[in-house]
Design a protein around this ligand. Structure first.
Ligand SMILES: [Zn+2]
Length: 374
């Protein structure tokens, strides 16, 4: 039996029961604002709602519509990620405004999920207001944000607000163990790598190449203090190669989708799919870099935890030996500057520095700290 789409939402009973009621009663609104801390499952919930709207069986999880929505390849369910360094581009919004007017391709609805509703600038927001207020009857817009306050008021006030609670890590780990069959240590490490989102951690555990990328960064951190300049550059290169490896898995899924579509609709109908595939690959690569940075961050936190004598809180149990060595000598100040180096890499990448350069700089900074961690 496939898991039903609603079961994907973890630890949010109020949200789940609200959305189920709305979907089952056929009373879905045209604009929702999902707010809550990262890892609360907002995007998962948005996709579950889409499944319920498209599926003949209230989000059964197994039909073609459900499975394509879950794999994020349904042509009528679009996830819109900011393409500008500081947020949504006006062009992106114009594209959506145009797209909402077109009929759905396969389903009864068109669903637009905006990943970062707090990243609309005034210009993009103003352009979007009319669409948000009165979209065509078959359009559902779902905006996601960490807090209500960070969303431009003119946008927020036009949406029904759905609040998500923070899920404690122990609860997320327990759910992931139950869903994936991983042991608790693997589950906790996977959650740390993906920023605490259970659905993403499940994908992570199922992807050998994403797990391999984690192993590469752990190995680099372990050996970093004894590396020379050349070694560091090689380590950065290896890391980027490992991050790109999972793209092959994505490409295989995409090729299958493209082949199915070509057979069904003929050549020439595939341009929009190919463009979406390109965007998916870029997003997946960014996610991969974010994952290795998350792993580096949690490894450093673990070292600090060990140095404070609360090692039972450590997450990356499979790297315990190396972390204990660092934990025996590192001071809180040194750990803080190492964590700062990871954040700096994130900041650089968000400002369009290449991941390669950002990771190189980070490894050099971390090496300085790990060589002299007092
Ligand atoms: Zn279904």
């Amino acid at each position: 039996m496939p898991r039903c789409a609603w079961d994907d939402i973890v630890g949010q009973p109020r949200v789940t029961s609200f959305l189920r009621t709305v979907a089952e009663a056929g009373r879905v609104g045209h604009a929702y604002l999902f707010v809550g801390p990262p890892g609360g499952g907002k995007k998962t919930a948005a996709l579950a709602l889409a499944c319920a709207l498209f599926c003949g069986d209230n989000g059964c999880g197994g039909c073609p519509a459900c499975s394509r929505i879950r794999r994020r390849v349904h042509p009528d369910v679009r996830i819109i990620t900011p393409e500008g360094t500081a947020g949504y581009l006006k062009d992106q919004i114009d594209d959506v405004i145009h797209d909402v007017q077109l009929a759905p391709i396969e389903g009864p609805y068109k669903v637009y999920i905006f990943e970062s509703a707090d990243l609309f600038n005034d210009k993009a927001a103003n352009a979007f207001l009319k669409t948000l207020e009165e979209p065509p009857a078959d359009v559902v817009i779902i905006l996601l944000a960490h807090t209500y306050e960070r969303v431009i008021p003119t946008i927020a006030s036009r949406c029904q607000v759905v609040r998500f609670r923070r899920i404690p890590p122990s609860e997320a780990t327990a759910v992931l163990v139950a869903q994936s069959g991983a042991d608790p240590a693997e589950a906790a490490a996977a959650l740390a790598a993906v920023g605490g989102v259970v659905a993403r951690a499940r994908d992570f555990l199922a992807s050998p190449s994403r797990r391999a990328a984690r192993d590469v960064i752990l190995r680099s951190l372990k050996d970093l203090s004894s590396m020379d300049e050349y070694d560091v550059l090689v380590a950065a290169k290896e890391l980027l190669t490992a991050v790109k490896a999972p793209l092959d898995e994505v490409k295989q899924v995409q090729a299958a989708e493209l082949a199915a579509r070509t057979e069904f609709m003929g050549k020439g109908s595939t341009r929009s799919i190919e463009e979406r595939h390109k965007r998916e690959l870029t997003a997946r690569e960014r996610e991969g870099v974010a994952e290795v940075l998350n792993v580096a961050e949690s490894w450093l936190r673990d070292c600090l935890t060990l140095s404070q004598g609360v090692g039972d809180l450590a997450v990356n149990i499979d790297a315990l030996d190396a972390m204990e060595e660092v934990g025996a000598v590192i001071t809180p100040g040194a750990a803080a500057s190492a964590l700062g180096a990871v954040n700096e890499a994130r900041r650089r990448i968000s400002y369009n520095v290449t991941p390669q350069l950002a990771v190189e700089a980070m490894l050099f900074d971390l090496r300085e700290v790990l060589r002299c961690p007092r």
